[in-house]
Design a protein around this ligand. Structure first.
Ligand code: CTP
Ligand code: C5P
Length: 357
């Protein structure tokens, strides 16, 4: 609900949102975008690992990671660490919030109690529309299934990696029947809602970086924060799925181009994205965007298909710079966590699927 239901009292309307925000994605960001539109100041309460493990099963991202990523979402004004699982009037009062929001899906405690029953009864609850086609459960599913079904460019015969029956279309025949993969229907309206719609001002120093930015994680956040400090306007080039898959293999990227675009656009350090950037940072691209500096993190720079250094032109112009994010989290790190705790995550997905059925 992109509602105009801002409360018309004298002061600022302070909105409370809370949740797990595990494997933070644009669905979470979109709920926070809607929440912010209902008021003036948005406070987000994020649950601890212990609370989530008790009620839902173990989270994939640690609480410190989840706090940092939620803080980097552009509609968030403040994060409350370790917010209680059940939202109470005391919590709203403590942070001087007018009401609490949640997506239009029910969230329950381990005992099956609606976590918003208290604020609903007190008339201090508002609902926003859940974003279809994305969930943490779905992302975990992609990793467990090793499917490429989410890639935008593949036909059904290539949807599963070797070892899986690629003719499976019915989820009841699926190797993991409780794990499914859905698809996002990306629209220009969503992109408009997420983007700042601003251009660099005269004299602004334009910074450019390109990459996969798959499973938007804390390593990316730390990198983009530093990249944004190199200038005034940060442009992020998102590589197409096929290019990422060429150098990463397997079922990478776990999130397709449209999904990665929305994740990166929701980040407050980013001014603009290029949807499907060339792997090689060309002279045309640098001239078109009037780029002053090109940055890359500490990860290995792989050559282009023809063996060329993708940053050759930027280096020739003397505008290339390496950045050390100081963070060694990578997409593979996240996948390893899921594979290593496969049984636990399968159980978690099964519970969620039963709830959604
Ligand atoms: N949310 C949303 N759209 C999604 C996923 C989550 O609007 N696709 C919203 C939820 O409705 C909630 C907030 O994001 O208001 C935080 O959700 P969270 O507590 O992390 O749990 P889930 O709803 O279970 O998210 P997921 O299915 O991704 O685990
Ligand atoms: O691997 P990917 O293409 O997603 O990385 C995008 C950018 O983020 C790259 O410049 C990479 O070096 C940087 N990065 C980083 N620290 C991490 C993860 C990625 O600096 N932990």
């Amino acid at each position: 609900m992109d509602s105009d239901s801002k409360q018309n009292n004298s002061g600022t309307v302070r909105v409370w949102a809370d949740g797990c925000y595990d494997m933070v994605h644009f669905g979470h960001a979109n709920s926070l975008r809607q929440a912010k539109s209902l008021g003036d100041y948005l406070i987000v309460g994020v649950h601890t690992d212990e609370e989530i493990a008790n009620h839902k099963g173990p989270p994939v991202y640690t609480e410190q990671e989840r706090y940092k990523i939620v803080r980097a979402i552009k509609w968030v004004d403040e994060v409350v660490e370790g917010a209680p699982y059940v939202t109470t009037i005391e919590t709203l009062d403590k942070y001087n919030c007018d009401f609490s929001i949640h997506g239009d899906d029910i969230t329950t405690t381990s005992e099956g109690v609606d976590t918003y029953h208290i604020v609903k009864k007190a008339g201090k609850y508002r609902e926003v529309s859940r974003t279809q086609g994305i969930s943490t459960t779905d992302l975990v599913g992609r990793m467990l299934l090793m499917t490429k079904q989410h890639h935008t460019y593949l036909g059904s015969s290539e949807s599963y990696l070797p070892g899986f029956d690629c003719n499976v279309t019915n989820f009841s025949q699926n190797p993991l029947p409780y794990t499914r993969v859905t698809n996002l229907l990306s629209t220009s309206q969503r992109i408009t809602q997420f983007s700042d719609g601003k251009e660099p001002k005269p004299g602004d120093k334009v910074v450019y970086t390109a990459g996969a930015f798959d499973l938007f994680h804390v390593g990316h956040i730390d990198f983009l924060e530093k990249a944004s400090q190199m200038g005034d306007f940060l442009i992020v080039g998102l590589l197409i799925d096929h290019v990422v898959n060429r150098y990463k293999g397997g079922n990478y990227p776990i999130m397709n181009l449209q999904e990665r675009v929305l994740n990166v656009l929701a980040c407050k350090y980013v001014s603009e994205v290029v949807i499907g950037a060339p792997y090689c940072v060309t002279a045309e691209l640098l001239d078109h965007f009037k780029v002053n500096v090109v940055v890359h993190g500490s990860t290995t720079i792989l050559p282009d298909e023809n063996g060329a250094d993708p940053y050759m032109e930027a280096k020739k112009r003397g505008i290339f710079q390496s950045i050390d994010s100081g963070n060694d989290t990578h997409t593979d790190t996240i996948i390893r966590r899921i594979i290593n705790n496969r049984i636990e995550y399968e159980k978690r997905n099964k519970r969620k699927e039963i709830k959604l059925a």
